[in-house]
Design a protein around this ligand. Structure first.
Ligand code: C5P
Length: 308
């Protein structure tokens, strides 16, 4: 691949992630928790556009009701960190080297437990790689992604996948199904470190076993069975999220009462997920959840970050 001409741009779309099962082990000396998780990419997307520029800049918009007021527009933004990390990796960080203008168009709720910032970072890696004509092998992009954040490699991979380590070691899972989800978002996001700290407090003094992905879940995906999947989903962080946000209990119960096949908190929350039989069933469940927040219909699995 060759580098593009000045002023040209590349857009990449990356999906939200959910954790079909999030198994959390005892806190490690580095403060992270060992995970055994089954990820699924669902059809909520952010788009990152990378444009050739002399300097480094970042702009951001939200769509589909996504509020971006709290998104940092400086070098702390994960997408900007991704672009700079790739530039350094490619030796494009000498004085006088050009930068890039990034624009994030976010369709994934911020701080919702859907890895929206990680999707931006995955998209930025791929967009800059294409813009700069680097052709970085996927294995190298995955390693760079893992340095940026635990969920970023999955944003590149997409589909359904197992995650180990702190979540950054991803391998694809066979998935023959299509799963319809109601995604219930809340206005106020949650801090992932705060939820993990609450998890530690809840387990203080007890022995936490090493986490595992249930074999029944892997089998359910391979068979494409929505009902078997519903019986196997779970989230070890959910009790901690509910301790911090007890008001999430009511919509989880209401979704089940409205015949959702399963209801769970997404990642560290506060987004809640409701697994449904199909699209029409999801519309029915979403109607019952309307009093509890904004509902969006999504389906998975969908591909990871891709140039559009
Ligand atoms: O990897 P990432 O930067 O996305 O993680 C954000 C925070 O979530 C970490 O600083 C840590 O507090 C918590 N975390 C964790 N164990 C993991 C992943 C994240 O404790 N496996």
């Amino acid at each position: 691949m060759t580098a593009r001409s000045a002023g040209s741009s590349v857009s990449v779309r990356a999906p939200a992630k959910i954790n079909l099962h999030l198994g959390v082990g005892p806190v490690r000396p580095d403060g992270y928790h060992p995970l055994a998780t089954a990820y699924q990419a669902i059809s909520l997307f952010s788009t990152v556009t990378a444009t050739e520029a002399d300097g480094w800049s970042l702009t951001c918009s939200g769509r589909d009701g996504v509020v971006v007021d709290d998104v940092p527009l400086d070098d702390t933004n994960l997408a900007m960190r991704a672009a700079r990390l790739l530039a350094g990796h490619a030796g494009r960080d000498r004085p006088g080297d050009p930068g890039v203008a990034l624009h994030l168009d976010k369709g994934i709720p911020v701080a919702g437990g859907l890895a929206g910032g990680s999707a931006d970072a995955a998209a930025a890696l791929l967009a800059c790689d294409a813009l700069w004509g680097l052709g970085t092998p996927l294995s190298e992009l995955l390693a760079l992604a893992g340095r940026l954040g635990s969920d970023v490699p999955f944003g590149l991979l997409g589909g359904s996948a197992a995650g180990h380590g702190r979540g950054e070691l991803v391998t694809a899972l066979a998935d023959a199904g299509r799963y319809d989800w109601v995604v219930l978002t809340r206005d106020a996001g949650m801090s992932t470190p705060a939820v993990y700290a609450e998890y530690d407090a809840l387990h203080a003094g007890s022995v936490v076993p090493d986490p595992e992905i249930p074999a029944a879940l892997v089998d359910a995906l391979a068979a494409g069975s929505v009902r078997d999947l519903a019986a196997a989903v779970g989230n070890d962080l959910q009790p901690a999220s509910l301790r911090l946000r007890p008001e999430l209990g009511a919509p989880l119960e209401a979704g089940l009462a409205a015949s959702a096949l399963a209801a769970l908190v997404s990642g560290s929350g506060p987004t809640c997920l409701f697994l449904c039989e199909d699209g029409p069933h999801a519309e029915q469940v979403a109607a019952a959840l309307a009093p509890y927040g904004r509902t969006v219909l999504a389906h998975g699995p969908v591909p990871g970050a891709e140039v559009i």
